[in-house]
Design a protein around this ligand. Structure first.
Ligand SMILES: Cc1cc2nc3c(=O)[nH]c(=O)nc-3n(C[C@H](O)[C@H](O)[C@H](O)COP(=O)(O)OP(=O)(O)OC[C@H]3O[C@@H](n4cnc5c(N)ncnc54)[C@H](O)[C@@H]3O)c2cc1C
Length: 455
């Protein structure tokens, strides 16, 4: 029965490819639709960035099994690759040297997904209808029919705007020529654009602090370069992370190194700076906290907006999604990753059950499954697609099994209160209870206490 199943996978990023490997291992036929010219097209855009997870966490197990017979040398598990190395040493060999090469269609942008003959409102017989996936390639519109769909198209193409309210700031679109989103390569391909300039970087996540760190290095090489950190919140320490307590050492070091750059004045801060309006002024960009006369404003040559990403749900309007209205992640997953509530970085591993919608056979996986939450790790995605492939194949036991323990960030947040946790305070991820911050919190509550105080 499974051999006859065709599974459409949207996106040939690390998670989409891992999904295809698991589907193939289960004897089903994957078809991977990738909008870019090659697999890993989104990773290519941030290829200059060094990952904070070492190889040990970046290779999916089923993908590794596909690669092994090709003479592939698995990379040293303790080494931290750049995005380019992730592509050259893993993603591209997987996509071009294994059986996956025959099932990946590049330059194939998915534009709509529905259920053949069933609009969203029609229920009777719906589950038996195949999925219809529309995509555009160089020749024009194409249609694929599939028994199940795994949407692993990431969020890289839909960055959040600069506007603090989630809408673009007034004038943001008009000033587009001097605004970049995500993580431009300020020390490499984009060096000329930023060298010797005052550059505002808006955001407080890894992308923002990574870019500011690179700009501080550029400032040492090219006098006149001035990195300016625009922070919506008032507490810069939140962005410094768990330091030595972070189980992903490189992620901890990035934060510690950045804290030193801020302390030494190599990165200037404008804290409590919620962007409302952007305007052009004599070849520069004025960024303001109010659209009227009052409020604060600063003038920069260039603005880099690193305020995170959101999922593009536009091509899923005919699918019965069940998404959390705030996080835009599947409803059972959202409480595990809601940054308003807790972010131990120790989210309980999850699979098909938590990723289910009111549309049997449809799954969001990878970065996109996290909606607007910023804490996604590749290895979480690999566990998701292992479970999803088992679910589609009808192996409910394997789908429900948990085969992953995630590393802690060393920073625990509950109810908006944040502190660096003592080593071992969290005791690893909560195993069962979605609302528990960590294992210690879960045990304390089971024992009748209010929680573990972490924190
Ligand atoms: C700068 C940066 C650094 C990161 N560092 C780490 C790290 O160190 N460790 C870690 O575990 N995680 C890291 N992440 C987070 C995450 O693991 C990566 O973003 C990872 O690439 C997500 O994999 P994915 O397959 O879900 O999505 P993506 O890699 O974004 O792949 C999605 C693919 O779908 C394609 N696509 C998009 N729309 C369509 C469409 N409509 N039709 C067809 N194809 C489409 C894209 O072209 C892309 O190839 C990092 C993320 C960023 C941005």
């Amino acid at each position: 029965m499974t051999a006859e199943k065709t599974i459409a996978i949207i996106g040939a990023g690390p998670v989409g490819l891992a999904a295809a490997a698991h589907i193939m291992e289960r004897g089903m036929t994957p078809v991977v639709l990738e909008s870019g010219p090659e697999a890993g097209h989104a990773v290519r855009q941030w290829q200059h960035v060094q990952l904070f997870s070492p190889w040990e966490y970046n290779v999916d197990k089923a993908a590794g099994r596909l690669l092994a017979p090709t003479g592939w040398n698995s990379p040293d598990p303790d080494v931290y690759p750049t995005g380019a190395e992730l592509l050259e040493r893993y993603i591209l060999p997987l996509a071009t040297k294994t059986a996956l090469r025959d099932v990946i269609k590049t330059q194939a942008r998915v534009t709509a997904v529905g259920r053949a003959g069933f609009d969203k409102a029609k229920t009777k017989g719906r589950e038996a209808a195949p999925f219809e996936i529309r995509y555009q390639n160089g020749k024009g519109p194409e249609t694929l029919r599939a028994d199940a769909v795994i949407d692993a198209s990431g969020t890289w193409t839909s960055p959040n705007p600069a506007g603090a309210g989630g809408l673009p700031a007034t004038g943001e679109r008009e000033a587009a020529a001097q605004i970049a989103y995500g993580m431009p390569d300020v020390l490499g391909s984009e060096r000329a654009r930023y060298a010797g300039k005052t550059v505002g970087v808006l955001g407080a996540g890894h992308s923002a602090i990574g870019t500011l760190t690179d700009l501080a290095m550029l400032a040492q090489q090219v006098p006149g370069t001035r990195p300016l950190w625009l922070l919506r919140g008032t507490n810069p320490e939140k962005a410094f992370g768990g330091g030595a307590n972070d189980k992903l050492a490189a992620r901890g070091e990035l934060g510690s190194h950045f804290a030193a750059l801020v302390a030494s004045g190599q990165v200037h801060i404008e804290a409590g700076f919620a962007v409302v309006a952007i305007s052009q002024t004599e070849g520069k960009v004025r960024i303001a906290t109010s659209s009227g006369c009052c409020g604060r404003s600063i003038v920069v040559d260039e603005l880099i907006v690193a305020t995170g990403f959101r999922p593009d749900l536009s091509f899923l309007s005919e699918i019965r999604l069940r998404l959390d209205p705030a996080i835009e992640a599947p409803v059972a997953l959202a409480p595990l990753i809601d940054p308003n509530e807790h972010s131990c970085g120790t989210v309980r591993p999850h699979g098909a059950r938590e990723l289910a919608h009111d549309e049997p056979g449809f799954y969001l996986a990878g970065m996109k499954s996290y909606g607007r939450a910023p804490t996604f790790l590749m290895m979480t995605g690999y566990e998701q697609v292992r479970s999803i492939a088992a679910d589609i194949a009808g192996d409910k036991q394997a789908a429900a099994r948990v085969e992953l323990v995630l590393p802690e960030t060393g920073v625990c947040t509950r109810g908006g209160v944040e502190s660096v946790a003592a080593v071992g305070c969290c005791g690893g991820p909560a195993k069962e209870e979605a609302s528990a911050c960590c294992a210690a919190d879960e045990s304390a509550r089971k024992a009748g206490a209010a929680g573990c105080g972490c924190p």
